[in-house]
Design a protein around this ligand. Structure first.
Ligand SMILES: *Cc1c(COP(=O)(O)O)cnc(C)c1O
Length: 499
């Protein structure tokens, strides 16, 4: 990294005899090492443009570069950081680059990283209230704070009887909601009815719905078709027809996932209509807003989140959209008793006076980090206004890209999509799968940007997802220049072939 190199921190050699063993990392060594690492992190952020956005290494690149065994003698941080720079960074796909437009971003920020240091230093395992009361209580408070900022219906906030819990990922939230739905549907029924449980989602829902069914032993998942004419959204009538057919066949429909901001194209399922159908049909409605949920902070986009009061649970990932490092997936449950019915387990050694507050009963693992710290730091150090300003800047970048796209006859916005929540789906105006794939590879091989594709109605489609903390309009314009260059190069090659 550029910049002056501080002298290496002095470390006492490890004590040789077990009798006078002493940890080599006392407070002063820790302070020195910590400063050295924070300097490195700040330099990394400042110099991130030096690295190709998408790693350009080949599988197996690392093993020949590192020793075959761990060292016998202690090594210093400077030696390790030098290896990180030389050998690890080339194998990193730089998610924090302002020119990272792939998948959905996972953005972090200095406030989040500071909180992660604190979290790792306290390193509490907050499965139960007594295991660290502040871990449980700060989480509940932060979930109320964020829920209020997002304008959630009061039924999801603690004052309204709701429960907020931070999961590691949206996939886990989808699973926990399914387990709760299954427990509710099977209450008072014979155990063999478990084989009759049916779950529903659209063909645009995230693959984690299928994974949840695999894990939960749900044998029937109906993946309902969507169409470009309805912007690839789940239609309540299609859901109702499927549920009725399953009921007629003696099955037990119990769970539907609706998405606000689908992974392929940021489609928004009509929550009011799907919610009304779910209530009528007695289905548990889980709303997956993993990516788009952050945008409920903006009053001008709130309409996409109307009707949430009909949902039983919902989830959004601040680790995708809200400047908070992975992992932080925020799930709200209207009536948490069904999730507890599915997941609570208190062996003798975990009994204490306030077991009803334990978060262990609202998740799959027992152990859990104090993830609320980073959300708390981010909400405090940006303020709601700072978070809104950040999201609005992303929308500005999205509009800038849309404007460039509108002036380029060789490309078009993908039919059946509308740019939203910082995502633009676009295609060759004359679809040609092989050409589209080759062009995207040429774009990514420059190392200057990184985008990935999806398929919409069978057509190879590029996605520009604005998710990085430091992305500005200039980075979008630079990405556009790379795309144009790739298109020009291809045209020239074609002309030469014709000559
Ligand atoms: C990213 C995404 C997920 C999966 O997120 P994880 O937190 O990695 O499990 C689920 N649903 C949607 C809509 C997503 O965009």
């Amino acid at each position: 990294m550029a910049g002056p190199q501080p002298p290496p921190c002095s470390l006492p050699a490890a004590a040789p005899s077990p009798a006078d063993y002493k940890q080599p990392f006392g407070a002063e060594e820790w302070r020195c090492l910590g400063h050295q690492l924070v300097d490195w992190l700040a330099d990394y952020q400042a110099g991130i443009g030096r690295w190709p956005v998408r790693s350009q290494v080949s599988p197996g690149y690392l093993r020949p570069l590192l020793p075959a065994a761990a060292p016998e003698q202690p090594q210093g941080l400077d030696a390790i950081l030098s290896d990180v720079t030389q050998h690890i960074l080339p194998g990193i796909t730089h998610w924090q680059s302002p020119s990272f437009f792939a998948w959905f971003g996972a953005n972090t920020s200095p406030p989040s990283q500071l909180a992660e240091m604190l979290c790792s230093a306290l390193n509490v395992i907050g499965f139960s209230w007594i295991s660290s009361p502040a871990c449980t209580e700060l989480e509940a408070i932060c979930m109320d704070w964020l829920g209020q900022l997002l304008g959630l219906p009061p039924c999801f906030l603690s004052a309204g009887g709701g429960t907020g819990v931070i999961q590691s990922t949206a996939s886990e939230a989808t699973l926990v909601a399914l387990l709760a739905a299954k427990a509710r549907a099977l209450a008072g029924r014979p155990p063999e009815d478990a084989s009759k449980v049916v779950a529903y989602c659209s063909d645009q829902a995230h693959s984690s719905v299928k994974k949840a069914c695999m894990v939960a032993g749900v044998q029937h998942l109906r993946v309902l078709p969507t169409h470009a004419a309805q912007q690839h959204t789940l239609q309540a009538a299609v859901l109702e027809a499927a549920v009725e057919a399953d009921r007629a066949a003696g099955l037990l429909p119990c769970y539907v996932v609706a998405t606000v901001g689908t992974t392929s194209s940021c489609a928004v399922d009509p929550i009011p209509a799907v919610g009304a159908a779910a209530q009528r049909l007695g289905l548990w409605l889980h709303v997956d807003a993993a990516w788009a949920g952050a945008y409920a902070l903006l009053p001008e986009l709130r309409h996409h989140f109307e009707g949430l009061e009909a949902a039983d649970s919902l989830d959004t990932n601040p680790h995708k959209g809200l400047l908070t490092g992975f992992d932080c997936s925020c799930m709200w449950i209207k009536d948490a008793s069904w999730a507890r019915a599915a997941l609570s387990l208190t062996p003798e050694y975990l009994r204490h006076a306030a077991n009803d507050l334990d978060y262990k009963d609202l998740q799959v693992p027992l152990g859990r980090k104090m993830r609320s710290l980073k959300l708390w730091f981010v909400m405090r150090m940006y303020g709601a206004e700072g978070l809104r300003a950040y999201l609005r800047n992303r929308l500005e970048c999205q509009r800038a890209f849309e404007a460039l796209l509108a002036g380029e006859p060789r490309l078009r916005v993908a039919p059946g999509t509308a740019p939203a929540f910082g995502l633009v789906c676009f295609q060759l105006s004359r679809p040609d799968e092989a050409a589209s794939e080759a062009l995207l590879e040429a774009v990514n091989a420059t190392g200057k940007v990184f985008l990935v594709h999806t398929k919409l109605d069978g057509v190879h489609t590029w996605r520009l997802a604005l998710g990085s903390t430091n992305t500005q309009r200039c980075h979008v314009e630079a990405a556009w220049a790379v795309i144009q260059q790739a298109l020009d190069n291809r045209e020239q090659e074609q002309q030469q072939q014709q000559l």
